[in-house]
Design a protein around this ligand. Structure first.
Ligand SMILES: [Zn+2]
Length: 143
């Protein structure tokens, strides 16, 4: 699968948002969609500034032209808050568009939930002691 991130924002936080989106998408789509059968699938993420609200970026995901979902993020917020918002919003989009469970909670049938602590983390929605890891560092299965 091809993943494209297009950012039309000129905000000073642009690079941080881009890097954060890239880490989140790697967690969500890193190993799941490498099969040849889906190689022609293209997933596009568009980021731009909201023209009316200062420090507000809009994030849209598109799989095909008919599929389009978006959410907003207050980029003037703290890093943890921005990353948690991006992770949660992109997770919703990917789960809905691909009807998949990502990032999957190891050993459980549900996806991980986003929690904002000292950093933004993925954790088991039932028991944080079962599994948790920083957003952007979800361990990918190989082979
Ligand atoms: Zn779990």
């Amino acid at each position: 699968m091809e993943i494209l991130i297009t950012c039309n924002s000129s905000h000073p936080r642009r690079e941080f948002v881009l890097q954060s989106c890239s880490g989140v998408l790697s967690d969500l789509l890193g190993s799941q969609f490498d099969e040849p059968a889906t190689v022609d699938t293209k997933f596009v993420v568009l980021i731009d500034d909201d023209p009316k609200i200062p420090n507000w970026m809009r994030v849209h995901g598109m799989r095909e032209t008919l599929w389009k979902h978006g959410f907003g993020v207050d980029v003037a917020g703290g890093d943890v808050s921005v990353v948690a918002t991006l992770a949660s919003g992109l997770q919703d989009i990917v789960i809905e568009m691909f009807r998949t469970t990502v990032p999957r909670c190891p050993g459980h049938p549900h996806p991980l939930a986003v929690v904002a602590r000292d950093t933004a983390e993925w954790q088991c929605p039932q028991d944080a002691r079962h599994f948790r890891c920083p957003v952007g560092a979800y361990p990918q299965q190989t082979g």
